[in-house]
Ligand binder design. Structure first.
Ligand SMILES: Cc1ncc(COP(=O)(O)O)c(C=O)c1O
Length: 436
């Protein structure tokens, strides 16, 4: 049977073109997204996707793995070298599956776990009742300190964590957040875990690239297990990973396969290897530092526009905005949709003790990893803050949105992640990022 050439699939070809145009002509401020390099894209699109490789290098259940074994071994060695870890498992398909595998390796169903509450910045896989994690283990939530006028509040409440640990005697304490703009120091977590005989897992999904780039402290060697995603600040393909000591290597590996998954995605593991290589280059440290400088500039610009920032600012790649003081009637949902129509992409987010539902919310989460990769700096962040203020002062005004859309188009034209389109509308340029 003759197979249709890829170019004959006109619907998907058209949608791929539309999506790259969207990414190159609108501003990407979703804190968990980035623009991968052409080398990462190439590996993700490679023939490795054809190969079944259940098992681990040297111990596979199918034949024909001579090349794939080298790919996965190289990826593991690069991950270990980058993060100074004794063992790496790169097979988790996503951050959620990495977390589930870590729980399986560390604790038993019904055990007690302390983790950050969802509306305080935690993740669904940290025990939400709608997640299998919350249905399998007994999660008890800790949160952040109350907001203060001077911005010194809304930090992880370590006193509350210690009190809860003493009261609940958990088997596991989880650090890590999805919406939190401060550095997370793993040391006090380790101390509290040791005080109550708990294990300690650090979910570094968000700061993995900042840790690799040396601008945030590393939890490796302090936490028993570190999980992370490869597609956020680390700028690799969509996927998950687990780091641990040699003592836990067997438990982690068997939790991933055969515990949770079947065949690994070797094309994605190859792309993870590329990302680890890129993150080990000196330029990546410059990139990570610039991500944080850009977030600080974006935060300062938004504060000037009259927005209240959670915790008063940022030390990482995120800025969390409480919309209520800017406009008590403006919801996160409305703000996100209005900005979307002006060409500024971000996501609504609950703020601590949010009176609105997770679908509506009173906050926005903005991040700088993607546009820093595209080459934007602090001046552009100040510009973007001004554009956000302009749109959200008149969220339903089509004329304002059209004017901002034109400015966004101009800005993105100067900082396109994949160059300019050719005559046929294809973008083939490389990202302008320092390590691109
Ligand atoms: C802290 C944290 N853990 C885990 C995940 C899950 O990652 P994934 O979406 O790849 O399953 C995320 C994703 O946003 C996250 O922020």
């Amino acid at each position: 049977m003759r197979r249709a050439a890829a170019s004959e699939d006109v619907e998907i070809e058209r949608l791929l073109k539309e999506e790259i145009e969207r990414q190159c002509t609108t501003i990407q401020l979703i804190a968990s997204e980035n623009f991968t390099s052409p080398a990462v894209l190439r590996a993700t699109a490679s023939v490795l996707t054809n190969k079944y490789a259940e098992g681990y290098p040297g111990r596979r259940y199918y034949g024909g793995n001579a090349v794939v074994d080298q790919v996965e071994e190289l990826a593991r060695e690069r991950a270990k070298a980058l993060f100074h870890a004794e063992h790496a498992n790169l097979q988790p398909h996503a951050g959620a599956s990495a977390n589930l595998a870590a729980y399986m390796a560390l604790i038993q169903p019904g055990d007690t776990v302390l983790a950050m509450r969802l509306d305080q910045g935690g993740h669904l896989t940290h025990g939400s009742p709608v997640s299998i994690t919350g249905q399998t283990y007994r999660f008890v939530a800790y949160g952040v300190t109350p907001a203060t006028q001077d911005g010194s509040g809304e930090r992880i409440d370590l006193d509350q964590l210690r009190d809860l640990a003493k009261k609940e005697r958990p088997q596991l304490i989880v650090a890590g957040t999805t919406a939190y703009s401060r550095i997370i120091d793993p040391v006090p977590y380790r101390e509290i875990a040791d005080e109550v005989g708990a294990k300690f897992m650090f979910d570094a999904a968000h700061p993995a690239g900042l840790i690799a780039g040396g601008v945030h402290p590393s939890p490796v060697g302090i936490a028993d297990v570190v999980t992370f995603t490869t597609h956020k600040t680390l700028r690799g393909p969509r996927g998950g990973a687990i780091l641990c000591g040699t003592d836990l290597a067997r438990s982690v590996d068997s939790a991933v396969f055969p515990g949770l998954q079947g065949g690994p995605l070797e094309h994605v593991i190859a792309a993870k290897a590329v990302a680890f290589f890129e993150a080990s280059q000196p330029e990546f440290a410059d990139y990570a530092a610039q991500v944080v400088l850009n977030a600080k500039a974006l935060a300062a610009g938004l504060a000037d526009q009259g927005f209240r920032l959670l915790s008063g600012g940022t030390e990482n790649h995120q800025v969390l905005v409480d919309l209520r003081s800017f406009d008590p009637d403006l919801t996160g949902k409305q703000a996100q949709e209005s900005l979307d129509r002006a060409g500024i992409t971000c996501n609504r987010n609950q703020i601590p003790d949010d009176p609105r539902s997770p679908f509506v919310t009173s906050g926005l989460r903005l991040g700088t990893p993607a546009e820093t990769t595209a080459g934007m700096g602090e001046a552009e962040m100040a510009e973007i803050a001004r554009l956000i203020g302009t749109v959200l002062r008149s969220p339903e005004d089509d004329k304002v949105r059209a004017e901002v859309r034109a400015e966004v188009r101009d800005l993105c034209g100067r900082f396109s992640p994949y160059g300019a389109p050719d005559a046929t509308g294809n973008y083939s340029g490389a990202p302008r990022c320092p390590a691109g």
